[in-house]
Structure formats: C-alpha cells, structure tokens
Design a protein around this ligand. Structure first.
Ligand SMILES: NC(=O)c1ccc[n+]([C@@H]2O[C@H](COP(=O)([O-])OP(=O)(O)OC[C@H]3O[C@@H](n4cnc5c(N)ncnc54)[C@H](OP(=O)(O)O)[C@@H]3O)[C@@H](O)[C@H]2O)c1
Length: 284
C-alpha cells in the first residue's frame, strides 16, 4: 500500500502527524537525518537520500530545510523527483508570517502548487509549543521571557491542531488545493501568555519587552547566525504592529472540532511549560 512520507518526523509537527496517521491506520514513512530504527534516512543537504525515500510514496508532509533562507533550489528538484515517482499530493508546512513570494521560503508555495497535482500549504501562527521550557531557553534572560512584540497579539496554535489539519489534508478524498491560515482560538499578547503560564502552569513567569535590536543581539549571543537573528527579531516587531492579531476558523472547519486554548495547553503541559526562571525554582 502506498505510504505517506513525513519529513521532519522527529520535529514538533512531523512527530504529531506521524502518530496521528498511525492511529488512523495509514501507512507512514517517517524521515530523519538520524540513524533511527523505523525511520527512512532523509537529509535536504544530501540529494542521494531523496529518491530512495520517495519510492512507493503517494503523499508527502513537507517540512522545508530549517534555517535556509533560499530553500527553493533544494526543494524544487525534490518535488520533480517526487512526481516522477508517482507522488500525487504534498502538504507543505509554511508559516502565517510568510505569504507566497518570488524568493525566500514563500517561493515554496508556488513550487508546490505548480509542480504537484494535489497540494495544501499550511500557514500556522506561532506554536504554543514555543513556551515549553526547552524551546523558551533561547528567549529567556534572568528568568524573564524576552520579546520585541510589545503589546502586539498572536493567536498561538497547538502543534496537535496543526497535525490534525495536516492529517485531513494528506488523506481527504478531495484534495484541499489551497492555503490554510491556522490559529488558536484567541489572540494573546506576551503579557497575557506570561499571566496564563503563571496562573495555570510552571510559573511565575514574566515578559520583558525589548527592542528588536536588543532581541537580535540576545539571539546572536546564543549562537544564532546574526542575519537569522535579525530576521526572527523582525518578526517579533511585525507582531508589535498587529501582523498576527487575527483568529481564523480553519482548524474547526477542517477537523470538525475547535482548536485548543492556550490555557488548556498550559494546563496539559504542566510543569514542562514556563521559563527557566530563578524565581520559578526558588518559589517551589
Ligand atoms: N515555531 C513556530 O512558532 C513556527 C510557526 C510557524 C511555522 N513554523 C515552521 O515550522 C517549521 C519547523 O520548525 P520547528 O522549529 O518547530 O522545528 P521542528 O519541526 O521541531 O524540527 C525540525 C525538523 O526538521 C528536521 N530537519 C532539520 N534539518 C533537516 C535537514 N537538513 N534535512 C531533513 N530534515 C531536517 C529535523 O529532523 P532530524 O533532526 O531528526 O533530522 C526535525 O524533525 C519551520 O519551517 C518553521 O518555519 C514554526
């Protein structure tokens, strides 16, 4: 039976897409660069891994190369090879912050919708999973969560809801052939988020508003390439001007159930959610 190839299968959304398809009895081929039993080897940087990973595959969940500013030269030949081998459908993980464009990550949207017969571009808002302790480490200083978002709001979305939409897009009889902007049920500022984590999770947690320049320096100080650090900090500044202050009904429309709220996410994550705060540790 033809399988679904899941790229980024060890990651935040790919792991959930893999688990969900398995639960539904859909044959899945999870991919990783690592040497893991039950996974196929796949590395965007190693073209020799692409064709073997695609053999017998009918659909692909595509997480593009991470941190690559111009991924099209890697992804375009992969898509042609995929179609040559009989892949009919691709679901691309994009981002609400990145519309279709002629260059950069937004260029992948056009490639997918023009090369592959059946396609979906998922454009999720920022992930709730960014607030687990592990992910937050990059944004934490002296126990505070740093952002350059000011009072700007984001409708954070649970990766499990993204995976549910991806599962539908991969397996529905009728292809979606569209972009989906995916959000959680409410737009929240980082102050709101810190308050919810403090009240319902592993708090106390504080948000410290900084400038985009200061945030970029902070990211770069943690080893991030300066141009990527500036790009990420710039996305925070965009949030400050209202770029992510919207809620869509897509998760409910596609899956039939409403998206998870941030409070429910924090309550579910419990102690795993919050900052690496001195105050958190000493308050216990
Ligand atoms: N975080 C957010 O708020 C957010 C919001 C919207 C969109 N997104 C998008 O979500 C995507 C994933 O971001 P994430 O930070 O959550 O990462 P992630 O999915 O948790 O991890 C990245 C995954 O990609 C795989 N990977 C990395 N480099 C690879 C390569 N060269 N070849 C093949 N596989 C590779 C990794 O697998 P192995 O290490 O096992 O090989 C891992 O499974 C990004 O495209 C990002 O733009 C994120």
């Amino acid at each position: 039976m033809p399988e679904i190839l899941v790229i980024g299968a060890t990651g935040t959304t790919g792991s959930r897409v893999t688990a969900l398809l398995r639960e539904e009895g859909v044959p899945v081929r999870p991919a990783t660069r690592q040497d893991l039993a039950g996974y196929v080897r796949f590395d965007w940087a190693n073209r020799e891994t692409h064709a073997p990973a695609l053999s017998g595959v009918r659909a692909v969940y595509l997480v593009a190369p991470i941190g690559v500013a111009e991924p099209a030269p890697l992804v375009e030949p992969f898509l042609h090879e995929a179609v040559r081998q009989g892949v009919e459908r691709v679901v691309l993980l994009g981002s609400s912050a990145v519309p279709e464009s002629t260059s950069g990550v937004g260029a992948l949207h056009r490639l997918v919708r023009t090369i592959v017969p059946e396609w979906t571009v998922l454009r999720p808002s920022w992930f709730m999973q960014n607030f687990t302790r592990e992910s937050l480490a990059l944004r934490t200083r002296d126990g505070d969560i740093l952002s350059a978002t000011g009072k700007g709001r984001v409708a954070f979305v649970d990766a499990a809801d993204i995976a549910s939409v991806a599962g539908r897009a991969l397996t529905a009889e009728t292809p979606h052939n569209t972009e989906h902007i995916l959000t959680g049920p409410e737009a929240l500022s980082y102050d709101d988020v810190a308050g919810i984590i403090t009240r319902h999770g592993g708090g106390p947690v504080h948000h410290r508003a900084v400038t985009a320049e200061e945030l970029a320096r902070h990211f770069a100080g943690h080893g991030m390439p300066p141009d990527f650090a500036a790009l990420l900090a710039g996305l925070d500044a965009d949030i400050g001007t209202g770029s992510e202050d919207r809620v869509t009904d897509t998760v409910e429309r596609v899956t039939g159930r409403p998206p998870r709220s941030f409070q429910a996410f924090v309550e579910g994550a419990g102690d795993a959610c919050g900052s690496l705060s001195r105050r958190s540790r000493t308050s216990r």
